[in-house]
Structure formats: C-alpha cells, structure tokens
Design a protein around this ligand. Sequence first.
Ligand SMILES: [Zn+2]
Length: 374
Amino acid sequence: MKQDYYEILGVDKGASAAEIKKAYRKKAIKFHPDKNPGDKEAEENFKKAAEAYEILGNPDKKAKYDQYGHAAFDGAGGFGGAGGMNMDDIFSQFGDIFGSAFGGGGFSGFGGFGGGGQRQVKGSNLRIRLKLTLEEIANGVEKKVKVRRKTQAKGVTYKTCSTCNGHGQVTRVTNTILGRMQTATTCTACGGSGQQIDHRPQGADAHGLVVAEETVSIKIPAGVVDGMQLKVTGKGNEAPGNGYAGDLLVAIEEETHPTLKREGDNLHFDLYVSFSEAVLGTSKEIDAVTGKVRIKLEPGIQSGKILRLRGKGIPSINGYGKGDLLVHINVWTPKNINKEQKDFFERMQTNENFVPKPEKSDKSFFEKVKDMFS
Ligand SMILES: [Zn+2]
C-alpha cells in the first residue's frame, strides 16, 4: 500500500498551496542528500517528499489525486506517473521551490550523491501532449507520435575530461539555503560524465548531439484519465558519452465526446424519445464506446428514468472491472400539433389513464440522482 501524499508532507487535506510548498521545503531540507551523505533512508524520504509535492503542488494533479488517489497516476503496462521520478526530475523541480540556488541547466547527475567519482549522465526528458478520443481511452490504443529528440551524432567520439580528469566532479564552497557548504559539484565542462567530446562530426552540437525526428510507438492502457502522465523510458534526449537517454513524458488529453459524458469510469447518455414511443414502448440503438448497443424501452416508460447498462463504461485503469453506461430517458413533448391531435389530447385531459399516478418505484429525479451517488 502506497503512503498517502498528505501524510508524507505532514499536512492535512485542507492545506493551502502555500502550506504544501512550505511543508515540502522543510522535508527537502531535512532529507537533502548533501546533509545526509550515504543515508539511504533519508534519500528514500527525500524522493517520497518530492513525489508527493510533484502531485500536491500542481492544482490539476492534486484534484485528480483527491478524486482517484494513487490510482490516478499509477498506470498499467509499465508506465509510471509520479512514481517514476528520479533525482534529475527532483532537482529540476527545485528551481521554483528554492530559487536558482539549486537546479541548473543542462545535464545533471544521477545517483551517487556527495560521493566522489564519475556519474552516469542522463539526457533531458521530452514532454508531449496526446489527444485521445473516448473510444481510444475505453479500448486502449497504440499511438505513433513523431518526436524531435537529440541523439549522438554518427561518428562522434569522447575522451577523458581535462577539467575534472574524468572524476565528473569538482570541489567547491557554495552558499545555499542550507548554509555554507563544501560540496563536490558536478563538473560543468563535462556535465558529470567525466568525458568530453573528442571528435565532433559536422552538424553536431558541443556535446556531439544532433536533433533528429523519430517515430515513437506509445501503448496507452485502457482507462487513462485526462491530465494523467505516462512515461516512455529512454525516449527523451540522449546524453553524451556513456550516458543514457532521458524519458518521453506523455500528458493525456481527453477529447470531448459529441454524445457521451464521462464521470470517472461511468458514462452518461441523454436519450430522447417521442411521446408515442414512451407510451407504446420501443427499442433504440446507442453508440457506446465499445460499439453499438440496443436497448428496449418498456411501454409507459417515464421521462427521467435512468437505465444502467453494466460494464458498458470505461475500464478501470487499475484493471479491476469496468464502469457503466447510464442512459437518461427524456420524453420529447411536441410543441406543434394539428387540429386532430389537439382534439385527441383535449379529450384525454380527463381520461383516467392520463392522470399522473406516480408509484413508489417511480422516484423523482432528485431521489434517483441521490441514489446514484450514495
Ligand atoms: Zn569534467
């Protein structure tokens, strides 16, 4: 069971954005790797706090977390939401928390905090938005997207960095929010890799990288939610030397459906039937996300009735079951009628069969809505 994000930061659910930010600053300072060298537990807590802030510090993500819990971000099929954060992501997040004292552009190291030695450099992440129809979300889909990513140029070679002699780090005294600290900082000449470019092919940048368009295939699991972020590992920018590629982060956008309205895993559909269809009974075909569905309406069906089609909604992102399709019956009252029809309805005004006699089972609209959400 994953720990609650509010619990991790030590704030209650009603906490304001400022309180959440303050709580995170406290945790980040307390568990900062530079303050706790070699302490695995502190590093774990540091990562947990960053993950919690990644969600609670973002109004959209916070709203989703409040509604769905961890399920909103832990996708199926090897995709992780915030769970996939690494130190690179965490330090890039520091810019707006602590100002420019932390963070920094370019490549940042991975692992091995405070210790000496060479770090493996990770390329930066790429971010894209991906629009999906409700049908694609309901059934899951494989999407091919074109991304422009940096890759190592053909023929590029690297040698030991002359600034840090291949150590990847230089010792420096810095003033930070944590006080005056002597720290081994990443070598800016090589970005911490301990390597620098040897042969730079034509067209390559100072790191030996070129930008190339690539088609990436992304498997979207069924049941994703608008705003959710999927991660395709290793499809971000490549790093120079023996570094490894960053990730491609895919933000899901749900297109508005012309007739269906999504509410969690359930779908709602407004069905309009004529007055005579309601009296005589009928059968109707509905475009559900999984294909057409035929439903039967009994003679005498009341306006406002909700028919629940079990399992015709969106599959749960966790893989447990499916939502339902709720069909709302709306009886269409004719506005223009001819003389003959008018005569008929005038006669029916006092007819016993036309006098409303709501039964216990014909609950009012508000009672039904109350039942649905209880
Ligand atoms: Zn260096």
